[in-house]
Structure formats: C-alpha cells, structure tokens
Design a protein around this ligand. Sequence first.
Ligand code: SAM
Length: 291
Amino acid sequence: MTSIFNKYDNDKGESGDDLKLTPETFVKLRNTIYRLCGIYYNENKIQLVESRIKKRIELLDFDSFEEYLLLISSINGREELVYLFDAITINETYFFRAEYQFAAVEKIIIPDLIKNNPEKKNIRIWSAATSSGEEAYTLAMLVKNKFNILYPDVNFEIFASDISDKMLKKAKEGIYSEYSVRNLPGELFANYFDKYEDKFKISDDIINMVNFSNFNLYDKHNYDKLENFDIVFCSNVLMYFDLNAKAKVVSNIYNKINDNGFLFIGYAESLHSINKDFTLVHFPKAMAYKK
Ligand SMILES: C[S@@+](CC[C@H](N)C(=O)[O-])C[C@H]1O[C@@H](n2cnc3c(N)ncnc32)[C@H](O)[C@@H]1O
C-alpha cells in the first residue's frame, strides 16, 4: 500500500523494506496509546513498541508507523483499537498468583462481611484486569468450594474485565497450560479441571460463575455502567500507567466500591502518593486498601 508519508520515508529502514519506528514517531505513538488507555511507555521501550505494533502494520499491509498512527488517531480506526490493545498489553497471570490475598478474602474478608451484615444477600467481586481469567476463576473456585456451602443463601456475583479481547476470548474458553495451573491447591485442581489435550480445561460450572466483558479502566465513561463492589482486584496493571493515570483509575474504582469494601493491587504496586481515600489494612502476608 502506498502511504502519503512515503515521501518523507521517516519510518523505513535502510533497506527500504524494513519498518522502523523513529524516536519522533515513537513519541507520537506513545502519547496516543497513553491517551487511549493510560499505558505509558518510557523512551527505553521503543523496541518493545516497535516489535509489537510492527506485526499489525505488516498484517494491514501499511508502509509506515506514521500511517498506523494516523489510523488509530482517526474515527475510522476505532475497530483497530481492539487489535492495538491486544498487541501492546502484557498479560502474564496464573491461578493463585496472589495466594495470600486470596487467603485474606477466603479466611477473613468474606466471613467478616457476612458476619457483620447478616442482611446482606449479595456479594459482588470484580477482577478488573483479569487477562486470561485465572484471577477471576480463582475467586469463583473459592466461592464454589467453600462459600456456596457455608452460606447457601448468599449470592456471589463475579465480574471480570480486561481491555484485551484476545485475552477475554481465552478466559471464556477456560483452557490453561501447566504453567498457569502450577500454583493451584490440589483439591481445587482435582475438583474443577479436566485434562484437555496437553492442557487443562476448567469446568463449565466455574466458567458460568464469571461474567466477562471488555472494559478500559482508563475510560471514565465506562464506569457509569458499574454498580458497587465489595471486593475489587486491580492487580498488576497499575504498573503500566503513569502517576496521573493511576490516580484517575484508582479514584474511579474507589467510587464503585461499597463502604468497608476492599481493593487489592499487585504485590509490587502501591497507592502511595496516588490516593488518600483508602485505608491501608494488613492481613497475614498481604495488604489491601479499605474504603
Ligand atoms: C499483567 S496482567 C494482570 C492479570 C491479573 N490481574 C494478575 O494480576 O495476574 C495486566 C492486564 O491488564 C490489562 N490492561 C492493561 N491496560 C488496561 C486498561 N486500560 N484497562 C483494562 N485492562 C487493561 C492487560 O490487557 C492485561 O491483561
């Protein structure tokens, strides 16, 4: 495809057929990505961005990064954003990744919530950057294996979202590698997984407990659709945002959490100098932010 930018030849490698992301175009692309989803790339991430987006440019048969930038910045580029988000996100996750946080939910938070609010018949949990679903299904297994038995008259709603459609598709399929299930307690693995070729498939009972949807945490308009949650996991995603984006996302999540509800973030993340509304609370080997 011939590009209007060809005459500047600013994204072409020396051979002319090798796509290169110049520092100038990187900055424009980085700023556009930031505006769209809050993910912020430093200058040292130029090669990462180049290699991830290059595949889309080749598939679209475009000639330059400038041409791609033009597409994603325009109204016509709306549909491409789905592929852009798939390409640029980092989706590492596995079952029971934050095992002490899940232990806090299982042993302290939910029992206390029910004990302190005997009238409460609906508990709402959100896995807000769920990737391929392991975090949400970990919570669903705890509910099914324990709370549905202990508290049969309490309804648990588990909502899971991500910006990447590719990951959400994978989550709904529920098929996982050995790497993903390696941390699972034996009982849960035995109860809820079947061998599926060289992988493992989670049971439909668990899949059906989780309501998946695409949700861009950085888009404030999305939050209008949400109702209040008792527990939110927003783990290992804030680290990809800058301070300003983190503060906005956390404040939007804060408004969607019930009083006395909890927010969990990744072990390597902190809300220090980002949000003063939550209270930091400690559990054995885990922390959470309480509203
Ligand atoms: C590293 S994974 C974390 C998965 C899981 N929460 C965990 O801790 O194991 C980060 C996820 O955040 C998602 N993500 C990145 N930016 C996002 C945004 N603006 N809105 C929603 N999800 C986003 C990515 O698609 C990715 O699947």
